[in-house]
Structure formats: structure tokens, C-alpha cells
Write a protein of this length. Structure first.
Length: 651
């Protein structure tokens, strides 16, 4: 207890009744939770009568280890669990009351899609634009909001949502008939069990005298109701969280739960942890100014335990390419500082499309990096498809690339046709393209198949001719147009946000080509372009394990960065439409969440924080002006005077 500050001490010593611990970023909340558990045991509460709940297995394991370090090894231990693991325990004991077998299985994603596919066939659904994965995504979003099939049908607005709600009803019926559940059902069925069977609720709730919930701002409706039910009798509920770090509304989290805690529990004690042990004073000062623009929040002002440090910097660059070059150059300079390791530095993005230019720059400079929480730009399906088209133009004998594109998008060259072509190639000792390129070698194909192969052959020849005399950007635009790439993506992805992301990735490849043409004064060849992208990528992928061992510079999204900390943080793409994201610009609630996301990113930095943006960004190879993020004006205290940003940035 000697190492606790006064607020932490008060939280640990408050052992009865409802308690809200507002734990700002870097204020030592995990230590408070574990020491509070130890204090409860020290005062005579049986260890196995204490339940601590968090959200991830990693967090639960860390908390469990810290608790053992505090209380020592003993026979009876507190139950430290995730919400889902807790619900599995409860359902194993009680689910028969809902008509499921006690030994129920939990279906995987593939199992779920299989059921959805079967249901769609059963109802003879003709809407080819609605894919099983899309329906499952929608069902998951409904379940995260604790909506039953009937409630989902009432909430549905579009035709696709009404159709998905109908499938949801049949899907749930099929799960129950099979005696299985999906991951989301673990929460929904526990909530239903407590609601419909008061005796079971009493039995399960009576197992614990104290309940602690970490990251309370991340609870969804089911988690909130389960927690409320379990503590209604003894009222010994301690929740720890920070409404300023609530960034998961898209997966069902409701910040209102922590905001209205005092309404749910009017006699609750509130303790504010405001002494930040992570970041320097200037970083905390900027972060406080930013988050204070959120009107609906619990009042708190972070103070830095180490008040001095360099002032955060804002840098503006001509383009996103220049931004990547300069940021990576600055990182290369910082890595010369004695004791600075690559994994001490993080580059944080708002969207999954942004890392592409940074990956290229890190490769050029030979700086190890690890892309965390998202797929490498060059591993994405649409990017690999597009680059495979280019690879076939250069090397038609590249069997992997050829087979990847020969029927993508579908053009009537079915797997059986491909197999016939490959059989002829194998028997004659030729590669598949040599067979395609000479109709005399073709096996017995029907008229439609012959037409399809002829058209594909003509497409490749036409593009090969263009590749010898056109800039790479123009060639790529022709590939996208003549292949019908937009329609191809629309056939694969029907969710508007997913489709937009995939289409933006195609734009990213064209932007890379435009940069290549500019850097090489229009004299660079397609071979050079592919070497710069694909060869470098393969080397990077082959070296992935070494990168992890060398612990490279961390590249990750802002959402993935929550809970982590780094010596130095570079937040890039600080512009309107990216942060805040363009999808959030319609409501104040969405803007508030984007502001919290920005705040989370800033408070990951321990010693140095650098924010940057390009003044122009390429869209399909053309420069489009950007607008600096409103958050930049807010954090420098000049929200009413945009010109102040330029003065600050130029210092």
C-alpha cells in the first residue's frame, strides 16, 4: 500500500457497495484492481467469493498473475475471467433450462457460414449480392446489441436487412436443433437464462460476494445486464474504466454504461485516478485540451507524474509519399540514439489503407518493422489479384499468377477447363500459358469455353502491347477498366464499408504506380515497378520471423494500440475524412468517439509525440487537397483560429 498515491489508496480501501473508479490513461488501474482484490482477502473475504471480469484472455491472464503475486499461492483463488469464459461456465451448468444439451458445442466461423449457406438455399434466396459472410456480420452486429431475431426484424430498414433478419431467425433455430451455440450466444443465452429463470440467477449470483469489472466502458448490452443481475442483491460492484477511452461502439460497446453509473447506483462512490505515470507533461497537456472538447464525459484532468519533456510536434507535408519518407527518415535518425530500439517506436494509423507507403519506405531504408493488427497491404486479395495481372503481362509462364487471374473475375474459364489446359501442358512439357497462347494445342473445349479462353488470350496480348509503351499508371488503369475490377469487387463484397476499403486498396496500387512514374520520369518499366513492390514484399515476408525477433518498428491502427505504450509515437494522416473518419462526420456522438480514438493514440506516447498530415493525397493517381483535422486545432488550443495550425507546425 505504501506505493499507492492518495486516489489509488482510496480506491483500494473502499470495499463495500458500488464503486466507480475512473482510471485515466496510464494511471495504474490494473495495480489498483489487483491490490483491491488482495485487500478484500486480507479483510476476511474468501478468495473464491470474488469475481473479477475483463475482456480479453491476455488481460485476464495478466490480472491473474498479478493477483497471485499479491496474495501468494493458496488453494482458494478469486475467479479472474473474461465475460465469455464466465458465461461458458454458467451455461455448462444451466443451459438445459433453455432446451440445449449440457455438452453443447461452440461453432467456429466456418461452421456458422455453413449453416447460413444452408438456410439461404432452403429459402431459395435469389439475391446473389447477399453473401453468407455479410449475413453473419449483420447477425453479429444485432447480437452485440442484444437483439433477438424478432427485435432485429423490427429494427431492419433495408430489404437486405429484412432478409438477413429472416435468415437470423432460421439460423438460431438450426443452432438450437443441433444443440450448438455461436460465440455471441454465450452472452445472449446467459442474459436470457437470468431473465427467464430467477432461481438460476439467484443460484449463480450467490456464488460471489464481490464483483469487479475492468474496462467497464467497453461493455455491451448483454454484458451490462448480466453484471447488473449478478450484483443486484449484495451490491458490491466495483467497475474500473475510462469513458475517454471508449472506442469500440462499432462492436457493440456503449459508453453510456459508464456515464450513467451514478444513475444506476445513486449511492456509488466515485474515485478519479488522474496521475499519469506514462507520458510527459506536454503530451498530457495536449491530450487534456483535446478530450475536453467532448461535452458528455466524466470530468477529470490528467496530471503527469513526470512534468517535463519535449513539446509534441505537428508536421505538414506536400503528399502522403513525402509524409512517409520524412516520418521514416526521422525514425531512422531516432534509431541512432543510444538505447533506442525499433520496437520503442510506433506509427499509428486510423485506417488499414494507410500503411502501404510507409511499408515501402521502411523497406527502402532497411528498417525492420512489424505490421500489427491488420494484413499487409500486399497480402490483400484485391492487391494480389491486380499485381498478378501485371506479373502475367511480364512473365506469362508464372503459373501461380496466371492461375490466380485466369477466372478472376469469372469469365467462363471454370476449374474443369483450367484442369484440361494444365493436363495438356503437363503431357507436352509446356507451361500453361504456352497452351493457352496456341489454339492448336487446346483440348476438346465446347464453343463457350473456346470463346472464353480466346477472349482471355486476347486481353493478355492487348495489355502486353500497351505495357511496352505506356506509363505504369495508365496501364494499371486500363487493367482495372477492361477487367471490370469494380464489378468484380462488388460481386465479392456487398457491405458498403468493406467494398469501399477494397476499392481504396486498388486506388493505393494506382497511386504507387503514379509515384513510380514520377520518380522515374516516366522511363521506369513494368518490370522495375513489380520488382520494387513484389520482390521487396516477398523478401519482407520471408524475413517476417527475423523481423519479429529483431522487434521492428510497430505499425498499427489506433484501435489496436489501446492498452499499449511506446517511447515515441508518430500519428500520421491527421486530416479530415481520416481522423475524424468521413463516416463519423454526420453525428456528434460519432465525432466524440473519433476524438476519443485520437486521445487514445496520443496517450500511448511516453516521451515523444509527433503528429503529421499530407496537404494533398492521391486518389486514383490524382492529387486531391486535404483539410487538417479539427483535432489538431483543438489540441493546440486554437480551435477557433485555423491559421494558428500553420504557425505552430512551422516552428
Amino acid at each position: 500500500m505504501d506505493g499507492l498515491n492518495p486516489a489509488q489508496h482510496e480506491a483500494v480501501q473502499t470495499l463495500r457497495g458500488p464503486l466507480l473508479v475512473l482510471a485515466g490513461a496510464g494511471t495504474g488501474k490494473t495495480r489498483v484492481v489487483t491490490m483491491r482484490i488482495a485487500k478484500l482477502i486480507q479483510t476476511g473475504i474468501a478468495a473464491d467469493r470474488i469475481l473479477a471480469v475483463t475482456f480479453t484472455n491476455k488481460a485476464a491472464n495478466e490480472m491473474r498473475e498479478r493477483v497471485v503475486a499479491q496474495i501468494g499461492k493458496r488453494k482458494a483463488k478469486p475467479l479472474v475471467s473474461t465475460f465469455h469464459s464466465l458465461c461458458v461456465r454458467i451455461l455448462r451448468r444451466q443451459i438445459t433450462a433453455l432446451g440445449y444439451p449440457a455438452k453443447f458445442a461452440i461453432y467456429t466461423r466456418a461452421d456458422q457460414e455453413s449453416i447460413i449457406t444452408g438456410v439461404m438455399k432452403e429459402i431459395r434466396m435469389r439475391d446473389a449480392s447477399l453473401k453468407p459472410a455479410d449475413v453473419l456480420f449483420k447477425i453479429g452486429s444485432w447480437k452485440s446489441r442484444s437483439l433477438t431475431p424478432d427485435q432485429a426484424a423490427q429494427a431492419a430498414q433495408s430489404d437486405k436487412e429484412h432478409l438477413s433478419a429472416s435468415i437470423y431467425r432460421r439460423y438460431q433455430r438450426e443452432l438450437k436443433n443441433r444443440g450448438v451455440v455461436d460465440f455471441d450466444d454465450l452472452l445472449l443465452l446467459t442474459e436470457k437464462l437470468f431473465r427467464e429463470h430467477p432461481a438460476i440467477l439467484e443460484q449463480e449470483a450467490s456464488k460471489f460476494d464481490h464483483v469487479l469489472i475492468d474496462e467497464y466502458q467497453d461493455t455491451n448490452q448483454s454484458q451490462y445486464r448480466i453484471a447488473q443481475s449478478m450484483v443486484a442483491k449484495h451490491r458490491n460492484l466495483c467497475v474500473v474504466g475510462d469513458d475517454d477511452q471508449s472506442i469500440y461502439a462499432w462492436r457493440g460497446a456503449e459508453v453510456e454504461h459508464i456515464l450513467r453509473f451514478h444513475k444506476d447506483w445513486p449511492d456509488a462512490k466515485v474515485v478519479r485516478l488522474e496521475l499519469n505515470y506514462r507520458s510527459t507533461g506536454p503530451i498530457i497537456e495536449w491530450s487534456n485540451r483535446l478530450i475536453d472538447f467532448n461535452v458528455v464525459r466524466h470530468g477529470k484532468v490528467l496530471q503527469a507524474a513526470r512534468p517535463t519533456g519535449p513539446t509534441p510536434e505537428i508536421h505538414q507535408y506536400k503528399s502522403e509519399t513525402e509524409e512517409a519518407k520524412e516520418v521514416v527518415f526521422r525514425i531512422s535518425q531516432r534509431l541512432q540514439v543510444p538505447g533506442m530500439e525499433p520496437n520503442h517506436i510506433a506509427v499509428l494509423f486510423r485506417t488499414n489503407e494507410q500503411p502501404r507507403v510507409f511499408e515501402q519506405e521502411f523497406r527502402k531504408r532497411g528498417i525492420p518493422y512489424v505490421l500489427v493488427g491488420t494484413q499487409s497491404f500486399f497480402d490483400r486479395r484485391e492487391v494480389k489479384d491486380l499485381l498478378s495481372y501485371l506479373q502475367v503481362l511480364v512473365t506469362p509462364s508464372d503459373e501461380v499468377s496466371l492461375l490466380r487471374i485466369i477466372n478472376s473475375p469469372k469469365r467462363g474459364i471454370s476449374p474443369s477447363v483450367v484442369e484440361k489446359l494444365r493436363d495438356v501442358a503437363t503431357k507436352s512439357g509446356q507451361d500453361t500459358w504456352e497452351i493457352i497462347d496456341n489454339p492448336l494445342n487446346w483440348p476438346a473445349l465446347n464453343a463457350a469455353q473456346t470463346t472464353a479462353v480466346t477472349q482471355f488470350r486476347g486481353l493478355v496480348h492487348s495489355l502486353q502491347e500497351m505495357a511496352t509503351k505506356s506509363p505504369v499508371k495508365e496501364l494499371l488503369e486500363q487493367v482495372v477498366s477492361r477487367v471490370g475490377f469494380r464489378s468484380y469487387l462488388e460481386s465479392l463484397y456487398t457491405e458498403p464499408d468493406e467494398l469501399e476499403t477494397r476499392w481504396n486498396n486498388v486506388s493505393g496500387v494506382i497511386n504507387a504506380a503514379a509515384d513510380f512514374d514520377r520518380d522515374n520520369a516516366g522511363q521506369g518499366t513494368l518490370v522495375d515497378f513489380l520488382s520494387e513492390l513484389t520482390v521487396g514484399d516477398r523478401e519482407a515476408q520471408n524475413d517476417k520471423e527475423k523481423q519479429l525477433q529483431r522487434r521492428g518498428v510497430i505499425l498499427m491502427t489506433l484501435h489496436s494500440a489501446k492498452g499499449l505504450e511506446f517511447h515515441e509515437v508518430y500519428m500520421v494522416g491527421m486530416e479530415e475524412g481520416i481522423l475524424p473518419h468521413k463516416r463519423s462526420l454526420e453525428t456528434e456522438e460519432a465525432i466524440a468517439e473519433e476524438r476519443r480514438l485520437c486521445y487514445v493514440g496520443m496517450t500511448r506516447a511516453q516521451l515523444r509525440l509527433t503528429l503529421s498530415l499530407p496537404l494533398g493525397r492521391k486518389k486514383w493517381g490524382r492529387d486531391v487537397p486535404t483539410i487538417p483535422s479539427r483535432f489538431l486545432y483543438e489540441m493546440i488550443g486554437k480551435a477557433e483560429n485555423p491559421k494558428a495550425l500553420n504557425r505552430k507546425a512551422n516552428r
